[in-house]
Write a protein that binds this ligand. Structure first.
Ligand code: ADP
Ligand code: MG
Length: 485
């Protein structure tokens, strides 16, 4: 579609995100929540709502939701009741879902994303509520038959609903990556969209630029990656603009994203609140969240990525880029913070982590938890280089691999044993320099006549003659003095 037409419209997007909570048992029963168990084995009569059974709430799920609410600065609801949302679908064994209707556990709050102008944009949250997951319909295993696995039924979820403040597919992508980062920091969800432990539906409408009345919204489902959410939204915006341009109405409906074609297609008419016949869940008494409960959760809160980012930039003086990469995951961020307790060469410490350490983890396909060196070790390596005892490349290519093999040794001991300590004795360096200058009188002449690029060649010769041990910065300085003098 032509950009000049698109520019006459603006899109309004609100996301509904389902966050599967990491708990051992289900939201309302003691059934296990393990992933990948034999179909229909983690299933009790409670999850099936057989007559005579009584659901009971999972405290851990509440803890997780409170944590998420605190991280997003939401208000935590004191008195939490549950409701039945009725609908028929084969993967819903009870014929209703237990959810929160009028008393979502969290209200308001926000999550900040990077905005185009280099600043931050806050996306407001409307609510987060606790509910239970459905089972799974399995198509294509037996021809023409749909199989049902109810193991997932009853798994605790938070549904997070944003205000309609997102304007592009790219912003939706950024928002989802912030949510994923946050739930991983909080350890409340594994954040895996491909395995559907984090799921996203997008509500999308378009209106003329500058209008205040929102257009008709379409809900798009079935996007199993952040990239697909972005693609589906971009597709849907184009489709709706094209409809409006030809004078056709946008129909309020639920559409399905098809990853293969990158298109959305109509799934069903949008259900309305009436269709669900919400009514209070009679079997679960309201849950009171006391101030003490909230205080006790506060004591378990890890540092949040946004706070660590700020600390890394303002206290450790890192670039926004380095701080963003280091705070992508909690383990790396905390490891960096720990190294900074042992050394004040913060930027070098960051470069060590983003360079040799990340390279090693990738090469070995391991995570930081399996990395053999401590924060103290790395700080010693950083200090070894910064003190001028060894050059960075010698430290990275020779000492670091050796240290990984023998983490009980100190970097200095290894450097000494391998004779890698740089020579910073000025008289030694001066004689190395004079030897080389004497060997190349014509080049010295050329240098003096302006070919300053020859400095590298002189340095190379000196380093070679010293078996790589001449202190490079000091040699460089003395060499220039010798040439200018
Ligand atoms: P429902 O259950 O009917 O989908 P929800 O309240 O769960 O309703 O979700 C509404 C979502 O739709 C919110 O994320 C909200 O921001 C978004 N939304 C509401 N109106 C519009 C609109 N006109 N265009 C785009 N998104 C909208
Ligand atoms: Mg919805």
């Amino acid at each position: 579609m032509h950009d000049t037409i698109k520019e006459q419209y603006q899109a309004v997007i609100g996301l509904e995100i389902h966050i599967q909570l990491l708990t051992d048992s289900k939201m309302f029963s003691s059934d296990k929540t393990e992933y990948g168990a034999l179909p229909n084995t983690n299933l009790s009569p409670i999850t099936l709502a057989c007559p005579g059974t009584l659901p009971r709430v999972n405290k851990k799920a509440f803890d997780h939701a409170i944590k998420m609410g605190l991280a997003c600065e939401s208000a935590i609801t004191e008195l939490n009741s549950f409701a039945r949302k009725s609908y028929f679908y084969p993967d819903l064994p009870k014929g209703f879902q237990i959810t929160q209707d009028t008393t979502p556990i969290c209200r308001g709050g926000f999550v900040a994303i990077d905005s185009k102008d280099g600043g931050k944009k806050n996306i407001s949250l409307i609510r987060m509520h606790l509910e239970e997951d459905t089972g799974k319909s399995l198509h294509g295993i037996v021809e023409d038959i749909t199989l049902l696995d109810y193991n997932r039924a009853g798994t605790p979820l938070i549904e997070l609903v944003t205000a309609p403040e997102i304007t592009t597919g790219e912003e939706a992508y950024l928002f989802l990556s912030e949510i994923r980062k946050l739930v991983r920091y909080l350890d409340i969800c594994d954040g895996n969209m491909e395995e559907a432990s984090l799921r996203c539906d997008a509500n999308i409408s378009v209106m003329a630029k500058g209008a205040t009345l929102f257009g008709t919204r379409v809900e798009v489902k079935n996007m199993n990656s952040m990239r697909n959410v972005q693609l589906a939204i971009a597709y849907e915006i184009d489709r709706q603009v094209a409809l409006l341009e030809t004078g056709e109405p946008v129909i309020a409906e639920t559409r399905n994203f098809q990853a293969a074609s990158g298109e959305t297609c109509s799934l069903r008419a949008k259900e309305t609140v009436d269709d669900y016949r919400y009514f209070p869940e009679p079997d679960i008494p309201p849950v009171l969240i006391t101030k003490e409960w909230i205080e006790s959760i506060k004591t378990t809160m890890p540092p949040l990525p946004s706070a660590l980012f700020k600390k890394f930039v303002s206290i450790y003086g890192l670039s926004d880029y380095a701080a963003a990469v280091l705070t992508e995951g909690k383990a790396l961020a905390l490891f960096f913070d720990a190294i900074c307790q042992y050394t004040t060469y913060y930027t070098s410490a960051a470069n060590w982590l983003l360079g040799p350490v990340k390279g090693y983890l990738n090469e070995m396909s391991i995570t930081l938890s399996e990395f053999p060196l401590t924060a103290n070790h790395l700080a010693l390596l950083v200090e070894l280089v910064e003190s001028g005892a060894v050059g960075f490349s010698v430290a990275a290519n020779q000492i670091f691999p050796m240290l990984l093999q023998q983490p009980e040794e100190s970097p200095m001991t290894i450097a000494q044993r391998l004779h890698l300590i740089q020579d910073s004795d000025e008289s030694n360096l001066r004689s190395l320099i004079s030897e080389v200058l004497a060997a190349y009188p014509d080049k010295v002449e050329a240098y003096k006549n302006g070919k300053k690029g020859l400095l590298g060649m002189f340095m190379g010769e000196i380093m070679k003659n010293s078996q790589g041990r001449a202190h490079s910065q000091l040699t460089n300085k003395l060499l220039q003095e010798a040439l200018e003098g």
